[in-house]
Write a protein that binds this ligand. Sequence first.
Ligand code: AMP
Length: 397
Amino acid sequence: MTRPSVFPLPPNRTIGIVGGGQLGRMAALAAARLGYRCHILTPEPESPAGQVSAGVTLGDYEDPAALAEFASAVDVITFEFENVSAAGLDLLAALKPVRPAPSVLRTSQDRIAEKSFLNGAGAPTAPWRRVASRADLDRAAAALGLPAVLKTTRLGYDGKGQSLVTGPQALDEAFASLAPKPLVLEGFVDFACEISVIAARGEDGRAVAFDVVENRHRHHILDLTLAPAPITEETAEEARAIALRVAEALDLVGLIAVEMFVTRDGGVLVNEIAPRPHNSGHWTIDACPVSQFELFVRAVAGLPLPLPTRHSDAVMKNLVGPEETALWPEILAAPGLIPHLYGKQEARPGRKMGHVTRLFPRGALPGPFGIAAALGPLAARADRLEETVEIPLVPVG
Ligand code: AMP
């Protein structure tokens, strides 16, 4: 039996979001503005998304009873992070429409599936090899050359689950340190910069994309996003075209972030995709008439997707861990900084606690020193961008 369509979702209906983090929180705030309620599935009491939503099902993502209870409370279901099982989403999809489809999550969750899909869709990636055994790693290293990056295929984020292999002496240790197998060995990309594009695609197949942004990481965690990316028009066009092609090839209904490397010759290689709102799109809340979160909600709810435009240039700086969170009073007092805090109770090292956005007139995004200065109390931290020293991510408490 086919269900009667609930799309376009009328006001006062409920969007179910799997996951209770800050992406769900900001999506729920955007949904509220469009007259929707959100209901969150999370195992965490007091979650960032739960705090601002109409309802919460407290439960495990794999628990069939929790999934059924959650589904019964909502009209349409989406997810705000990827470490939920696609089998769990399948179960939900039998009960309510799930957007994006569980198949999209299956592709993005596994680096091998993701890279195979991307290459098949004509989206270039760094050269890569599947590595199931130590002998595979030798063959892959011989084929790709070193340095190369060895990565787990699942559950990797913010640089966890990867190892830079600089020479043959490091192969044994890198192989032993990463699990589960199989792994992926990727050719090392000596990139000029890292960029991303956020695109949305509706049920009618129409896809739209935001401007390309540059992302700078610290200790493998996104630190700054510059909008727009200081790249050539040709590179930006190629990046946007790739993102739209990926959304189309996935038959996506929803929002997707496509992270890419810009090579020294101006080429573009896809690093990874995330079929949900993305940290590198937070600037859109303040610099665009329609943010990534509104576009996400619109795509999930079957509403029209306006062409994403930006009225301002912007810099977004994440507030990570206790040191940056401690600057909150200074941030609130600084002219021009737009503060966002996620309602997390504990500022653990490496944890994303909030972000700030600074707007500039269109076309007036300053260079590195100007950006650092514009971040006021965070200037000194933005100055030390180029540091590559690893800090261990030690949980506190
Ligand atoms: P990932 O977990 O794949 O998003 O990688 C995290 C970060 O590691 C990226 O944002 C890059 O800065 C770096 N990285 C990942 N893969 C490569 C690669 N093949 N070559 C160079 N740097 C990489």
